[in-house]
Design a binder for this molecule. Sequence first.
Ligand SMILES: Cc1ncc(COP(=O)(O)O)c(C=O)c1O
Length: 397
Amino acid sequence: MSGDWSADEIARLRAETPGCERVVHFNNAGASLPAAPVVEACVSHLRREAEIGGYEAQEEAQPRIDAVYASLARLIGGAGPDEIALLENATRAFDMAVYGLPLGPGDVILTSTAEYHSMFVTYLHLARRGVVVDVVPPDATGQIDVGALRKRIDGRVRLIALAHVPTNGGLVQPAEEVGRIAREAGAFFLLDATQSVGQMPLDVRRLGCHALAGTSRKYLRGPRGVGFLWVTREWMSRLEPPLMEGHAAEWVEPDRYVIRPDGKRFEVWEANYAARLGLGAAVEYALALGLPRIWARVRMLAEALRARLAALPGVTVRDLGDVRGGIVSFTVRNVEAARVKAAMRAASINVTISPARGTLLDMRARGLREVVRASVHYYNTEAELDRLTHAIARLTS
Ligand SMILES: Cc1ncc(COP(=O)(O)O)c(C=O)c1O
């Protein structure tokens, strides 16, 4: 058992996770199995909406809805609740920051080879307006080459955007070093923490980022359809929300509106409050367990799985980086990823596929068409690692 996790505690957490009875879940980087208190937070709010009315249920829950912002602020370190916006997912959160920046022809975005397709398509969209997208190459370990990043800094760099953990593997980018460079350069640093939040401790002041986007359903174990954006107070007024409506701004005169000063300027009025409350419950659940402990166990399980898989003939573990987290990526010689996934599903084991298009630059550079992705969480067990390993071994024999 890693760190100070006891077998009893893991058993208790699994008993509190209804999905553990049915599946061996290694798709935590897709959407984790939520814990019972998270499900209860969502379902009880939906029930209340049915019982007393949607608006009335919202009013009743308002203190708990407000607390979600405070929970997220605590989760990411030294943030203020007024610096947080709740949105539908990480993509929209990220977009609100990127499109909120006043970027014009000749302005430069520096980014990595491991970006997620939704984010890279945004950069390409901005490139149609004359923004220059400059991709910093990886170093020998596969992480962003921070020396090369530093050399590319000049007065034209307006945005440094980085996926903290990519969708297709265990790589953890050296975000703190990138943050230091961004601060020195005075460039806006936007961290895509979609795959890292909930998996490891995050502290926005230490990371040195100016904005951070995250999602609920992945390592946070929250419900689907909700995400969040944090923007530091110093930059808040410099980011003009790309979409405007009556919650983000107050209509004060027939011909005039005033944008709100806090993070809610990036939100839209109508929202899924059940999902937001579920996210709040998930954040509190993670905080109660402790992010340093979660991180220690996730890394232990991931390394143990890598070792087991690497020992199988025909299996190649594909994870990059100096620091590696909970996403384990691999290929099986002569077996397509879809076949691996289907065979695992038949054995009640959830894994997924990362196709090249999700992280095109990285996958092309490595000549990979696809990888199988098995992402572990703290509630997984070594016995489950063995089940997956044996099931993969059967495919190769
Ligand atoms: C690295 C990374 N960034 C962003 C996203 C998008 O997150 P969401 O689907 O919540 O918008 C994903 C989704 O898998 C991702 O892996």
